[in-house]
Ligand binder design. Sequence first.
Ligand SMILES: [Zn+2]
Length: 268
Amino acid sequence: MSVVTTPSVLLRSFNYSETSQILRFYTLDLGLIGVMAKGVRRGSFQGRSSLNTFSRGDLTVYVKSTRDLQTFKEFNIREGGQSLGRDVLRFTAASVLAELVLTHAESEPGREIFECLTKGLKKLENVESEGVGLSLLSEGWLLVSLLGYKPQLDACVKCKDRIGTTERVQFDFEYGGIVCSNCSNNMSGSLEDCSLFEELRALLNGSRETPVRDIRSHLQLLNDFTLYHITGSKGLRSFRFFTSLMSFESRSFSNDDDPGFLTGEDIE
Ligand SMILES: [Zn+2]
């Protein structure tokens, strides 16, 4: 058994018995790990009332490679994630990033994934409310690309011809990219103009401030793409929830309705 201290972000926690929790972290040096934290529910956690999801800091664990669950020693928190916990839309957006990593990160550690995830969470904490959707979009696509599923947008995925800026195209989920108007003859569904994919190309190139004309179509595309390539038929629960929150907000943004139907369980 060895003792390892590594920069980490807490992605999820489950209560286990009266006093303990099972915590799932993405760590810089160990990748995705599960940790049994005995006694953390007793009283307070290191003087705090609770251990917040999306807290970042240095985790120290006793590691035994043959075990599924490692043993918690301490978590020295540098950024507490409280501002995500106070806002359901931000929290749900952060949960989408977490769920992507939880369902698809390889067991080997990935520095780029760790950095993308922590940068993304920070962005969601600090962005203006109306920018949460766009931030989820840019951070989500960057993460999907790092997980190995970058969509192909520069040329038709079938005939490899470059696509003109005014051409109408389709997105082929099986091939993972756009299809020119010639090749899409036998495909069902309608052609779309290229602007959606030009915006997506800019997002994928790391331009986090790309304005998009139709955020809903973009979110739909990201959702469908992760459904096809990453999460399987189940899809991401938090993504479904985020989309319903977005439509709720657009319907009732002007009044003060409390979205009282939400519970912590829906999100976790
Ligand atoms: Zn083609």
